[in-house]
Design a protein around this ligand. Structure first.
Ligand SMILES: Cc1cc2nc3c(=O)[nH]c(=O)nc-3n(C[C@H](O)[C@H](O)[C@H](O)COP(=O)(O)OP(=O)(O)OC[C@H]3O[C@@H](n4cnc5c(N)ncnc54)[C@H](O)[C@@H]3O)c2cc1C
Length: 448
């Protein structure tokens, strides 16, 4: 029987990073992966999605080309070529990730892990023992109560990366970050896109003003958006899916070649037999304290399998803080200042406190808003849509939060991240020198 200091379950961003960080301090570590090293992020999430969006972004830019004298004719799009490029990129990055594990002393076991008790785990026929366990088993697609995914006509987001040709039309059920990103991709390539969002707001987790602006911009591009929409029935035909949708005011019936279900993520805990180790969970998410410790004190959990924001960079931060806590016997908490980024077109990003939390916490605040329409670089780049909104403490002017929509806002948001972390006020920002002409100088322009 194999015995380790620590066993990590799952080799996604959370598991792989913490295993490598713990190994550096001389601990005897094993990691168990039931599928592919790199997890959701590398194999079916951030990386392929952003490659697909990058490809679509060139098509958007084409519209600006002729304005600045670049004449491009006979443009076509080859979905098969994009899929080939995606496979090459994922293989390369996966080899890099597996290579790091192979070069280290971390022992990698392939198979599905399930607890026997709080110190032992089963992987296939093997039993492994450890003093401590770290659960980093991540998440999977959240199933729709009605729409049964067949991975052909009704698909998950990961199936998009296997498509060999574009559909004529697609219904995207779920208008969150992932739904809006795929809407952008398909719309850029001429597919008829309809987003059906169950709540009254597109990107429901985002600032209300930003969400409304995004709805306006996507509608301008020809994307149909229905809010308060509930799919009530469907029938599949040979080459289409017939959908009936209840909205606030009417019942709508339409036909689509493809239906994409993207209504969020569900934790990967069903197979872990958590009860054998006495680990508590809530609707599948593992319950942890601020130091990521579960109800069983030698077992920790992090990443998408707990209720912190389901993002790769949350997983990285939690992995780094937890590794240091275990090595140094400290009790630090992961950061709560997390950037939220949606790579649709225009991009959406936010950080820190939003108006709702400030009101709930009774903090007096003021809003500073600046539109990219008055930014030279946005005009040069051919898209001056969107704005930046800063939320500052009323008296001190210290920046507490921010939300933005527009070009490259998934990059710009990091300026606000640093300002919040360093408790910077708008007056202090106004004294700094921002290069011209840049999108970044919008932030200086709005506070000076
Ligand atoms: C389409 C899409 C786009 C996304 N885009 C972004 C983005 O732009 N930016 C961003 O920050 N985040 C993005 N995300 C989210 C990001 O992918 C996740 O937050 C991140 O992968 C979570 O990391 P994790 O290690 O917690 O879990 P995962 O990446 O899910 O890894 C968990 C691993 O555990 C393994 N596992 C599960 N159960 C067991 C078991 N019982 N035994 C052994 N192994 C097991 C799984 O096979 C998997 O490899 C996106 C997600 C999707 C779906």
């Amino acid at each position: 029987m194999d015995k380790f200091d620590i066993i990590v379950i799952g080799a996604g961003p959370a598991g792989k990073n913490i295993a490598l960080e713990l190994e550096k301090s001389g601990l005897n570590i094993a990691i168990i992966e039931k599928d592919k090293v790199g997890g959701t992020c590398l194999n079916e999430g951030c990386i392929p999605a952003k490659l697909y969006l990058e490809s679509a972004s060139y098509v958007y830019k084409l519209k600006h080309f002729s304005n600045v004298g670049v004449q491009v004719e006979n443009i076509s799009f080859d979905m098969q070529q994009l899929k080939t490029k995606k496979d090459e990129l994922l293989n390369l990055l996966r080899d890099g990730a597996s290579g790091k594990l192979e070069k280290s002393t971390v022992e990698l076991f392939y198979g599905e892990a399930s607890f026997i008790d709080k110190n032992s785990i089963k992987v296939g026929e093997k039993t492994l023992k450890a003093d401590k366990f770290i659960i980093a088993s991540g998440s999977k697609h959240r199933p729709h109560p009605l729409l049964e995914v067949d991975e052909k006509q009704i698909i998950w987001s990961r199936d998009v990366f296997e498509l060999e040709k574009l559909p004529k039309s697609i219904l995207i059920v779920g208008g969150g970050a992932i739904g809006c990103e795929f809407a952008t991709f398909f719309n850029a390539l001429g597919v008829e896109v309809h987003i059906a969002e169950f709540t009254p707001q597109l990107v429901p987790a985002e600032d209300g003003d930003v969400a409304k602006a995004l709805q306006r911009e996507l509608t301008k591009k020809g994307i149909k958006i229905t809010l308060n929409a509930n799919v009530t029935s469907f029938t599949k035909n040979k080459s289409s899916v017939n959908i009936t949708m209840q909205t606030k005011t009417k019942v709508e019936e339409s036909e689509y070649e493809l239906v994409l279900v993207s209504i969020g993520r569900a934790p990967n805990t069903d197979e872990l037999n958590l009860e054998n180790a006495g680990i508590q969970s809530d609707r599948g998410f593992i319950t942890v304290n601020e130091q990521l410790q579960t109800s069983t004190t030698n077992i920790y959990a992090l990443g998408d399998v707990i209720t912190t924001p389901a993002l790769a960079h949350t997983a990285y931060n939690e992995a780094s803080v937890l590794a240091k806590n275990i090595i140094n016997n400290t009790h630090n908490k992961p950061s709560s200042i997390i950037p939220f980024v949606t790579f649709c077109q225009p991009q959406v990003a936010s950080i820190g406190k939003n108006e709702k939390t400030l009101k709930n916490e009774g903090i007096e605040y003021k809003v500073v808003k600046h539109f990219f329409k008055s930014n030279a670089k946005a005009k040069i780049k051919g898209d001056d849509s969107g704005f930046i909104k800063l939320l500052c403490e009323k008296n001190s002017g210290i920046i507490l939060g921010g939300a933005m929509i527009g070009q490259d806002t998934t990059e710009l948001i990091h300026e606000i991240l640093i300002a919040i972390e360093k408790k910077t006020s708008v007056d202090e920002l106004a004294q700094m020198v921002f290069a011209h002409p840049t999108l970044s100088e919008s932030i200086w322009d709005m506070v000076r």
